[in-house]
Design a protein around this ligand. Sequence first.
Ligand SMILES: NC(=O)C1=CN([C@@H]2O[C@H](COP(=O)(O)OP(=O)(O)OC[C@H]3O[C@@H](n4cnc5c(N)ncnc54)[C@H](O)[C@@H]3O)[C@@H](O)[C@H]2O)[C@@H](O)CC1
Ligand SMILES: [K+]
Length: 479
Amino acid sequence: MITAERMAAVDENAAALGVPRKQLMESSGNAVAAAVREAAAPGDAVALVCGRGNNGGDAFVAARFLDDYDPPIHLLGRPETISTDIARENWAALERAEYDTRVVRDSRDFDLGDPDVVVDAMLGTGVTGALREPERSAAAEINGTDATVIAVDVPSGVDADTGEAAGVAVDADRVVTFHDDKPGLDSLDATVTVADIGIPETAELFAGPGDRRLLSRPSDAHKGAFGEVLIVGGGPYTGAPALSAQAAMRAGADLVRVACPRAVAREVQSFEEGLILRPFDGDHLTTDHLDHVHALAADHDTVVFGPGLGDDAATLTAVRDFLADYDGRAVIDADALQVVPEVETEATLLCTPHQGELRAMGGPSADDWRDRLDAVSDFAAELGHTLLVKGAYDVISDGTDARANRTGNPGMTVGGTGDVLAGIAGALLATQDPLDAGTLAAYANGLAGDRIVDRQGYGLLASDLLPEVPRALWGGYDE
Ligand SMILES: NC(=O)C1=CN([C@@H]2O[C@H](COP(=O)(O)OP(=O)(O)OC[C@H]3O[C@@H](n4cnc5c(N)ncnc54)[C@H](O)[C@@H]3O)[C@@H](O)[C@H]2O)[C@@H](O)CC1
Ligand SMILES: [K+]
């Protein structure tokens, strides 16, 4: 099952891999034509009813595979208003090649005739709200015929994610959907077939630029919409919590605060004047500080636990006790990771071990990234938490789905890059589910490192990543 939003991301990832959408449209159109040939007897009348988006474009392609039927291709609207280049190019090809194209300027112009098979290619996943004219009248006319109705991707007017229609929708006999089943098709009274349109498996498996679609900021963004992040770290180390906090800020968090021991607070502050500190007494975290940390955590959307905390036994006990009483969202990194397998918690955790830390947690080791996908997925299911296992290919799994990320480079083995990753993950976990947050954090962190190495060669510092994080997350690079 794939949602419309995820499908759009996978599509963009496929294009980045070199399989552009126009190529996918050729496969989609071919699959639609195959369904028509299966439904139509020789000599049957076939009609294609097309909208102005890519759903219509699929049917423009199908027409070229249906020469035997010489179908009329009804375009609902003026050709100049076709909304995508690839659909427009396919329409222009039909006109130049003298297919039976018919432009419907007004719903009164629409004459469906009496076909045996109708292809409904008015609207697919791009539908918003109830069908407008002329699609609305056309849908009613299609529903009024005895023809076999084959819907392209999804019956026009139906929401592919929910199966619901905001008004009149096409009542299809068959649906040819692409790449994967859609959640909204299950409830329909139609035969659904899934056509493989040649999207590489890795367009879905590997993080890519399409994954960033999740971050498109709503236009009415107000302070507080992107989350407040608490970093709990520092003690034996001071740079780590400062890096995580700055990374969370660069990744779009609205507010980031750092809870660290008072003994190192000035030093942590000195890395960046914009950090907001909420220190606790002493020089390392212990159970004495848990009331303070719990009170703070309750006011934040996510907590990043671990950067620079150290592995003092009292500190690890404090982490364990904290998690046992916490039911929010947290990124767990560095020394804090080792307590995760022992603790019963209601919290939603995104754990970010490298492969050594994963083994220390009792997790699997596998050299090949494909083997690691399965092994990490099993271990995530066993833990009941999401894992982002860092490596040349990062592997991310919530125990159900697994993804990989291959941005990043050997220059990033330098100290502190993991703290940056944890901070980005903390910011993203405030608004995304753990699998998406982990995938996108790994992708952006690695992409930032790749851009720096492209520009200046090796010799990268973790702090170099910080100013690159916004562009890695929101685009602006020529991919
Ligand atoms: N990987 C993919 O996602 C692929 C998608 N393809 C096709 O592309 C389709 C999605 O294409 P688009 O995103 O262009 O969207 P659609 O073609 O589904 O719809 C977009 C058009 O519909 C209009 N519209 C929206 N709501 C309307 C309403 N309520 N009443 C009347 N008109 C309305 C818009 O103004 C726009 O012109 C898929 O359903 C599928 O058929 C295929 O071409 C190949 C690959
Ligand atoms: K359709």
